[in-house]
Every structure is written in C-alpha cells, then in structure tokens.
Design a protein. Structure first.
Length: 481
C-alpha cells in the first residue's frame, strides 16, 4: 500500500479523492494476482484504511465527516474484497488449467511411448517413469509374474504393508486409499494395472491428499494406459505363439505328406525288384538278377540318405541346445567326403582344390561332412561334367565352393531352393528336396551363410561362408625341465 499512498501524496493538489481511490483499487488488483489469499484480503482492507486516513476529510484521522464519504469507503471495501476473491479464483483456475494441460500432454506422451514398446518390461519402465514425474511422493510400479510382485526398479523395496495394498487393489480391481471410500486409513493410493481376471500388477502413489480428486483421476488414467499396453503386448505374444503353433502344425503336416510320398517310391521299387527275384529268379539270367539287385541297393541307399537328412533337419529345427563344436581340419573333412563320393560313383569328375595353410575351424565335424556330402551329391546328380570343391580363406571366413556345369537354376529360384521340398526340378532326377534345406540349417547353426549363384560359362556355384574363430594356443612340445 505504500506505492499508491506515495503517488497520491505527490499528486495531492492535482487529483481528487475519487482518483486517489482508483490508485488503491489498482494496488488491490495487482496484489490479488501476486499475493496469497490471506495477504490479498489484508491488502484490500489496508487500501480502504489508507484512503480514509490519508485522503478522506478530516485527513490524518480515521474519522469520516460526511455520509457520502462513508458510503464510498464501504463500497470501496466491498469492491476491493470482490476483486481480491475473483482474482484469487482466476489464479486457481489458471493454475488448474495449466496442470490439466501438462497432465494431458503427459498422457499423450506416455501413449506414444507405450505404442513403441515391444516388451512388457519396457512398457513398465516407461509407465513407472511417468507416474514418478506426475506425483511428488514416492511411487512404485510392480508387475505380477507367477504370483509374485516385483518392482520395475530392482532398487525399489516393496514393504510387506505396501505389498498387501498392491495385492488388495489387484484382488478387488479397484483403487484403494484416501478419498476412494475403500481402505481410507491407508497413506497412499493403490491402483490396479488391469481389469477383471487379467491383472498385470499395481501402482502405489504415496504422500497424497484425500481431496485431490483430479490427481487420483490422473493416476487412474496413467494406469489405464499402462494396463492397456501390457494387455496389448500379452495378446501380441499369444497371437504370435498361436501363429507359430499353426505354422508348425502346417509344416508338420506337409512334412509327413512329403516324406510318406518320397518313401513310397523307393519302397515300391525295392518290393517290386525283390518280388521279381523271389518268384522269377530261375527264369532270369545272371545279368538280369544283378540289375534287380542294383536297383534294390540304389533304392535302399536313397532311403538311407532321405532318412538321415530328414532326422537331421528335424533335430536342427527343434533343438534348443547348442552344437558340440571342436577344432577340426577342413582339409581332412573335405578329403574324406571326396573319397566317399568317388567310391560311390563320382569317379574322376570330382576335383578337390584346397588352399595352402588352411587354419583349423571350430565346427561339428559330422554336420560339416553331411553338408559337403549333400552339396557334392546334388552337384554330381545334376551335372554330367566335372564338379569342383574349393576351400579357401577369404575376409576372415572359411569359404567353401561347390561348382558344377549342370542346368542353371533361375535367379528367382536361387533362394527358394533352400526351402524344404523345393527342388527346382532341372532334369527330373529323384530327390526329396531336403538336402539343400539341411545344408542351410547346418550352415545357420554354425553362424554362417549359404548362397547360390549362376556361373558365367554355365552351371551353378554353391557358396558357404563359415566364421573363423581364434585358434587355440598350441600345446608346448618337448620335455619339461
């Protein structure tokens, strides 16, 4: 009140009492915006007292010499108090509007962040962070897993009383605490994350007021967004698992149908040849009998390879265990495979090219041998010319090339041919379409990659790249000192 009083005294000879009262009203308005409610009311009273003492005749006293001045002072008192009350209400409404805007923005931000979360842990962390930002008191967000509650932050301690409140809110599927009508003796709000039979956890907000209905509604809105995100992720996981089961069932049905078909053909050939030998052996020449026996051997060999490939492919596809790896010499594995193929009929068409100084590789020798056998058998089957097996080191990988001069596989089939039962039939040769699928499974199990490219002069080139690990230190030789 010093400012309007000082200005009024300086301009005393130039202004009337009415103008001086406006100076005090202006001070009351300013005070109402910047001062608390009690101080604003005191400012209004002091404005009337100051105007009466300094400017209303008789001056420098609290006496009033006319009824008109008394009415004016009373009206000014009422106006000052009304202005003070309206200004305080406006301040409260402005503060609430800003708080609601911040909370609406927070809800929007949380919804955007939750939509990007791909797992429940990330969604829970985002929700816990926003709940902590929204309230001053300590907050705890706990998720339920296998009947146990655990805080999102490992450093957060959930006391027995807090755990009782969290479980009660989940059990009743309702907000508990001051102002809710449920468990009013608690010193915190307990809000469930979920509804009905599907509960994901609960939230505890401490140091709250029972009269803060807007705060409780904001907490419920935050928890509703978090619960919706957790439910969405749960349903997504269940849908993915259902799709996986459906796909697996479909693949199993296809697998059984294909295997039964591929087994039937060589079995029928074996039964036919064996029946002919059994019933008409006396009428056959030695060469005819040898031909039928060769057919039985070839069909049995095909069945053996088909069975071996099928079992190995199923094992690699369904096993969660890591491979048994050891340090192996690829020269020895490749040499043994080439020797077997030559003995089986590959002859001189099969050529082996090994780079000098090949390092040891950490692989499963049985699977790598099966990989090379399948690639070589596939190349020899579809090519009448020479087949080359090349092994060398390139860019930190062991590179294996199996090259033939058979019919070129079209570019659009070069990826599809590694799928089970996809043969890309080039010449009507017998096969189940499992060999290359098994090759890919073996390579992927070793952390490598396999690809197919057409050769410039005709034919195909299968390329396998296996990662090279650091070789183990060589054991010291010589007698110990």
């Amino acid at each position: 009140m010093a400012a309007p009083t000082g200005v009024g005294l300086l301009l005393d000879t130039h202004i009337t009492v009415m103008t001086q009262s406006m100076l005090y009203v202006l001070a009351v308005v300013v005070g109402a915006y910047v001062l608390p409610a009690a101080a604003s009311m005191a400012c209004a009273v002091l404005a009337v007292v100051g105007l009466n003492f300094f400017f209303v005749p008789p001056r420098w006293t609290f006496a009033v010499d006319s009824q008109e001045h008394l009415v004016a002072l009373v009206v000014m008192m009422v106006v000052a108090l009304v202005i003070s009350q309206l200004s305080q209400r406006l301040r409260r409404n402005t503060t609430l509007a800003r708080l609601h805007a911040r909370r609406a923005e927070q809800l929007q931000t949380l919804a955007s962040q939750l939509s990007l979360c791909t797992d429940a842990a990330a969604a829970a962390r985002a929700g816990a962070r926003h709940v902590a930002q929204a309230f001053d008191g300590p907050t705890v967000l706990a998720l339920q897993s296998d009947g146990q509650l655990s805080g999102v932050d490992a450093a957060t301690e959930i006391t027995p009383s807090m755990q009782d409140g969290l479980r009660a809110s989940m059990r009743e599927a309702a907000v508990l605490g001051p102002g809710t009508g449920r468990w009013p003796g608690l010193n915190a709000w307990y809000l469930p994350l979920g509804s009905g039979q599907q509960m994901h956890g609960a939230v505890c907000v401490q140091n709250i007021e029972a009269s803060d209905d807007a705060g409780r509604e904001h907490a419920q809105a935050l928890c509703a967004l978090i619960a919706q995100a957790l439910e969405r992720l749960r349903l997504g996981r269940e849908m993915a698992m259902a799709d996986e089961r459906s796909t697996r069932q479909q693949l199993q049905n296809t697998f059984l149908a294909a295997v039964s078909h591929d087994l039937r053909t060589p079995l029928a050939a074996m039964v036919g040849n064996a029946s002919s030998l059994l019933t008409q052996r006396d009428k056959m020449t030695t060469d005819e009998q040898a031909t039928l026996l060769d057919g039985i051997v070839l069909s049995a060999t095909h069945l053996s390879r088909l069975t071996e490939n099928t079992l190995q492919l199923v094992q690699l596809a369904n096993s969660d265990q890591s491979l048994a790896l050891d340090w192996e010499s690829l020269e020895e594995i490749a040499g043994a495979c080439v020797a077997r193929q030559r003995q089986a009929g590959g002859g001189t068409r099969l050529r082996l090219h090994l780079a000098a100084g090949l390092p040891l590789v950490r692989v499963n020798a049985v699977l790598i041998a099966q990989l090379l056998d399948n690639l070589l058998d596939n190349a020899l089957k579809y090519s009448e010319d020479a087949v080359d097996l090349k092994v060398r080191v390139c860019n930190g990988h062991m590179k294996i090339l199996v090259q033939d001069r058979g019919p070129v596989i079209p570019k659009e089939l070069q990826t599809q041919i590694f799928e089970p039962y996809s043969r890309g039939d080039r010449s009507g040769k017998q096969g189940a379409g499992l060999g290359l699928a098994l090759c890919r499974a073996i390579v992927l199990a070793h952390g490598g990659r396999i690809s197919l490219r057409a050769r410039q002069a005709g034919g195909n080139s299968f390329r396998v790249c296996l990662p090279l690990a650091i070789e183990p230190p060589m054991a010291p030789t010589g007698d110990a000192a």
